[in-house]
Design a protein around this ligand. Structure first.
Ligand SMILES: C[S@@+](CC[C@H](N)C(=O)[O-])C[C@H]1O[C@@H](n2cnc3c(N)ncnc32)[C@H](O)[C@@H]1O
Length: 217
């Protein structure tokens, strides 16, 4: 996802935000696949997963492909990113695709501290965001989803990068993850209702991605 030099950066909660802003400034967005995640497209378009209506959010949305894909007249999407460059780029892309802002908006927001709308979110999509956070922030990530999601809401988490025996869990991003790690921080407030280890993946991410859906209790 990042070059070797960045792989060696050890992030903590104080410096990670600056780290991401610098990557966008330097156009070092090597994680960007330029399209919707194949697993998400398959889940919605081929397996016809029924999402609740209302409003949805993609934290750490980058250039916004997934937020634009999920948006519909019955599901207003917000793509949220701390980088103003990401927000501007995603907004331009949306306008180029002539997708109306009534369906999807991109906002400069910190996932951990923005004001949550009164009705909360009925849908969230997390991909390459959990793994972008230092392991010390994982419990807070799970608590924050519990805060922002409405009861019955669906958190679609495309698990990545999965590794059964990661050599060093403290070096990243991306920080290696396991299914157990998602359970550890989500189980208190979410129920796992979909787990598909055979989901479609990006070619170079086969075997390290699994799509899941978690229902807010
Ligand atoms: C690895 S990139 C993934 C982007 C996108 N999901 C994709 O797959 O192309 C992680 C993104 O999270 C953003 N980010 C990091 N911390 C954030 C935070 N606290 N709130 C919102 N966005 C954040 C970064 O600016 C970056 O765009």
């Amino acid at each position: 996802m990042a070059d070797n030099k960045l792989q060696a950066v050890k992030l903590d909660s104080d410096e990670y935000q600056r780290f991401w802003l610098n990557l966008w400034d330097a156009k070092a967005t090597r994680w960007d696949k330029g399209d919707v995640s194949p697993a998400l497209r398959e889940l919605i378009s081929e397996k016809h997963w029924q999402l609740p209506n209302g409003q949805g959010i993609v934290p750490g949305c980058g250039r916004g492909y997934d937020a634009m894909f999920l948006a519909s007249p019955s599901l207003h999407m917000v793509g949220a990113d701390i980088s103003p460059i990401a927000v501007e780029t995603a907004t331009k892309l949306r306008d180029t695709k002539q997708i109306p802002s009534s369906l999807v908006e991109f906002k400069e927001l910190d996932f951990f501290s923005f004001d949550v709308p009164r009705d909360k979110y009925q849908v969230a999509y997390d991909y390459t965001f959990f793994c972008a956070l230092h392991p010390s922030m994982r419990a807070r990530w799970g608590e924050r989803y519990a805060e922002i999601m409405a009861p019955g809401g669906h958190l679609i988490a495309l698990m990545f990068p999965l590794d059964k025996q990661p050599e060093d869990r403290d070096i990243g991003p991306p920080f290696l993850l396991s299914k157990d790690e998602y359970h550890r921080v989500l189980d208190e407030n979410f129920e796992l209702i979909h787990y598909d280890p055979k989901c479609k993946t990006h070619d170079d991410r086969a075997g390290v991605e699994v799509i899941t859906v978690w229902r807010r209790k």
